[in-house]
Unconditional design. Sequence first.
Length: 155
Amino acid sequence: MFAFLVELMTVDQYLPLLGLLILGALFASGSFVASALLAPHKRPSDAKLAPYECGIVPEFEPPQRFPVRFYLVAMIFVIFDIEIVFMYPFAVVFRQLGSFGLIEVLLFSVVVFGALIFLVSEGALSWGPVKILTRGTPARTSESTINRISADRAA
C-alpha cells in the first residue's frame, strides 16, 4: 500500500506537465480548425497573385534564389549569436572555473574567430559588384617603347 502511495505521489508531480501538454494540443488543433473555418475558399485570380509595383506591370520574373552572400551573413549572425549565448554563463562564473575555464573559452573563441575568417575570405562582407583584378601595365618609358617596337618588327 505504501509503495502505491509513493508511486502516486511521483505521478502527481507530472500532472502540471500533462495539463500544459493537453492545453498546447487544444490550442494547436483549435488554431487549425479556426483557420479552416475563417479562411476564404476561393482561389485568388492571376491579378491578385501578380506582384504589384506602383501600378507598373512587371517585365521580368524576380529572381527565385537568394545569393549565397545572404546565407553567409546569416551564418555570421548565428555564429556570433551562439558565441554570446555561451559567453554569458562564463562571465557569471569565470572565477570558479579557473584556468580550465579560461582555456576552454579561449579555444572556443579561436574556433569562432576561425569561422569569421573563413566567411570573410568567402566574401560574406563584400556586397558590392564583383571586382575582377587585371594586371596593370607598367609605366611607359622610352625603353619599353623600343622593346615593344622591336618585338613587333621581329614578329
